[in-house]
Design a protein around this ligand. Sequence first.
Ligand SMILES: C[S@@+](CC[C@H](N)C(=O)[O-])C[C@H]1O[C@@H](n2cnc3c(N)ncnc32)[C@H](O)[C@@H]1O
Length: 230
Amino acid sequence: MEIDFWLERWSKNEIGFHQQTMNPYLAYFYGDKGPAAEQREKLKVFVPLCGKSRDMLWLSQNGYKVFGVECSERAVKDFFEENALNYKHAEKDEHSFYQTSDQASVIEIFQGDFFSLQKNDLDNMTDIFDRASLVALPVEMRKRYAEKMAELQNPGIRTLLVTLSYDQSQMNGPPFSVSEDQVNDLYADYFSIEKLCFKDTIDDEPRMKGRGLTSLVETVYKLTRNNQKK
Ligand SMILES: C[S@@+](CC[C@H](N)C(=O)[O-])C[C@H]1O[C@@H](n2cnc3c(N)ncnc32)[C@H](O)[C@@H]1O
């Protein structure tokens, strides 16, 4: 799934992955169950492969700073415009850089290739929210993605990772099936991994049923970058 594939999806508006409602796991683990409201202004959440996810809006409205990366200019502009957020645009290194221009919220999005990010781009990052990002990538890119994630993070950064697993013979991705074994293979060298919850969501996913799936298990993990160097 190279960038051109995604740019074409955005240009044809084939964005079935985009959700109108906030992700319930994000709202649970970063809402009432998460850091106290007064601590949140110190927390900055990285949203890789962010699309125009309204989860970024939720994070901002709930006191977190947000930093996204997304290759599609259309997705980035739609995010700000559809959410009626004023924004500024500048060129920075090889990325286009967008950020909210209202004092009330801090949302920054690099429009460019995730794989070209440098460690200093993630300075001050404390948390990562990965929904429909790892699972958007085919198996050979997932390893590169996990290695890049390890390279970008300082010890202690936490990731809330949402994966999907299903019988890959029933449907071609994306989204791809990513099993618990794969999560361990990808991340165990550099992260401690805690499985938080899982649920078969097929009855809530008519789009996936229509593509032939009989089961679709969503699993949520907490990854914490450990001290091992990369
Ligand atoms: C399946 S969508 C998920 C979007 C978002 N996480 C959400 O929950 O709606 C994957 C997104 O990653 C973007 N993308 C894919 N490869 C990328 C790359 N190498 N760098 C930056 N963005 C990329 C695509 O344009 C697409 O918007």
